[in-house]
Design a binder for this molecule. Structure first.
Ligand SMILES: [Zn+2]
Ligand SMILES: [Zn+2]
Length: 129
């Protein structure tokens, strides 16, 4: 599922037809809602652009909502007397609430944010939302 960055409309793009070596033409994909050119590609296939169905729109919205607050993978201060980097600065998963609560703490244990975490929060035990 793609979202038009101009009108915000949802659509899907699929390729149809055989891949023919040498039979390439420039095929363009336009937003089916506002006709904005999204991309073009040299291909022997055709692009089939469809407006998203109501069902697709609602499942997309649901997915967006559930991934709205991802768990965070952060590097924290650990046992600095250890000679192993993984113990000095362990990487753990925490929830966004714990992150926000600690962001302005005086002795903020978070060194840096590494990315999106997997699984439950190691501080409060909250699972992914
Ligand atoms: Zn559009
Ligand atoms: Zn937490």
């Amino acid at each position: 599922m793609e979202q038009c960055n101009k009108c915000g409309g949802l659509y899907s793009v699929s390729r149809i037809g055989p891949v023919v070596p040498g039979g390439k033409e420039r095929e363009e994909v336009n937003c089916p809602h506002c006709d904005d050119l999204k991309f073009s590609e040299m291909t022997s296939q055709c692009f089939l652009v469809c407006k998203a169905t109501d069902e697709e729109v609602s499942s997309w919205a649901e997915m967006k909502q559930s991934s709205g607050k991802p768990m965070l993978r952060v590097v924290v201060f650990g046992d600095l007397s250890s000679d192993r980097a993984s113990e000095q600065y362990p990487t753990i998963t925490i929830c966004p609430e714990c992150f926000e609560a600690n962001e302005h703490a005086e002795d903020d244990p978070i060194v840096s944010v590494d990315g999106v975490g997997q699984g439950a929060c190691e501080w409060c035990g909250a699972g992914p939302t």
